[in-house]
Every structure is written in structure tokens, then in C-alpha cells.
Design a protein around this ligand. Sequence first.
Ligand code: IPE
Length: 272
Amino acid sequence: MRDCVVIKWGGSLITDKEKMCTPDNETIDSLSGVMRQCLDDGLDIILVHGAGSFGHLRAKHWRLNEGLLPVESFTSQDDCNSQKEAVSIVRNEMLTLNNYVSESLSRFHLVPSIKPPHQWAKNTGSSFDGDISKTFSDYQDSICVTFGDVVDCEGEMSFGILSGDDLVVRLCEEIPNVKRLVFAIGGVDGILKRPPESANSDDLIENWSPGMKFEGLHNTEIDVTGGIGLKAARGAEVAKLGIEVLIVNGSYPERVFDACTGNEVLGTKISA
Ligand code: IPE
């Protein structure tokens, strides 16, 4: 059996986070090239991507991460008047971003098999409900792709945001031959001791385990999910299973390749 690598492309890596719904096609292509190399190197790949400016900005305005709220909590936007409308717009935005990703993968002769979470998952957090083995049963034949999404939730919440960082945990737990989990993130080399604006190369934490302090990048102005803190926490859950977990700067394709194939690489290794 080939080894499988689960890789998360962070939303801020593959989009311009300041401009609504703008993909960074150059970065997406460079990452697709790395996925091609990994397959050629004998790995199975499951790809999870984030939202960046395709989901977070509108999800933040309509507080979709908090579930259904009273109408009087909101001001309308030109093209959206309610949370319910926002749910369907954000789902479509994610399908649009996914389309850019899929087209790019196809240019590298990869066959993406798309699994939009709102079609097969419900509830949020890493214990969400969804049949991973059935949904991803073709992962050895194609490159399965899923992403952070707005999913239905049971009870009063009605809907919520399922982050790609939660999806990766379950993929690592339930796909039998996962060897490594790689978070390719934007703008930083890994987990830093200090905020990125004031950090230098000595501030990279090369080995991180729960309990170690750090000051991460989490832009709460636009982010509805957990930033680097969520990656660290979810990474530690996965490391407990004996799976290697790495966070690397996704703007350097060779680092992403080395992380996926198990070579020494600049970044943060997470242990339980
Ligand atoms: C967020 O998913 C999904 C939506 C806002 C719809 P992620 O948590 O995986 O996204 P990034 O990586 O932070 O952009």
C-alpha cells in the first residue's frame, strides 16, 4: 500500500485575503505542481483547502460560525439580506474557489474528486458527523479534494462553519495509510514565538508540543475559524496517532514537497 499524505492549503496562502473572492492562481499552480511531484513519487494525496477571501469575509459579517441568530442582529449587504442567503452564497463561493483549485490540478494532469462538505458532513469541530471512509473511498484512484465549508448543524444552531483544520483530523484518523499531515500556510515559516510582524528567523519554533507558548497569526477581523492556534491544537491530536505533522511556508514549493515526502525541512514539527 502506498503512503498517504493529507495536506491542507491554508486559505490565506491560496487567496488574496484583503480582496473579496480573489484567488492567487500563481501559488495555486505552484502547489498543484508539488502535488503532481508527490504522486509521481509514489504517494496518495488527500487535499483539503481553506477559504481565505472566498468565505471568511462574508461569513464574518453574517456570523455564520455562531449559527442561526435573530434577524435584528444584522445589517443587509447589497447582494445579501439574511443569514440563510449568506449560507448559500458562501457555499457557492467555496465551490468557485474549489473550481480554481480543480482546474489548476487538471492542468498538471491530476484527476480531482471533489467532496463538498455541505453534501456529506454535518455539525462542526473535529467530531463532526460524516462518513469519511465512504466519501473518500476513491482516494487511491484520484486526488480527493475537500475544503472548509458551511455545513448543516443539528438543533438550534441550524448551520455552522466546518474548518478544513477539523476535516484533516478525521481524515488522518479514518484513512488507514496516512503517514503525514502537512499544513501549507501563507506568510510565515511555521509557528513563531512572537507575532509575525516583530519576529525574525530565530523565532521559528521548530518543534512544538501542547503547552508551549506562542503568539500566532490570527486575524480575528476577517477570520471566522481558528488561525494557527487551531492548526497547532488539531495537529497535536493527529500526532497522538503516530502520524508526522508539519507546518511549512507554502510559498516555497520545495518545502511543501520535502514536508510531504518526509525530508528535512524548515518549518514546525508538531508532537503530541
Ligand atoms: C473556513 O475554512 C471555511 C469558511 C469560512 C467557509 P478554513 O478554516 O479551513 O479556512 P482558512 O484556511 O482559515 O481560510
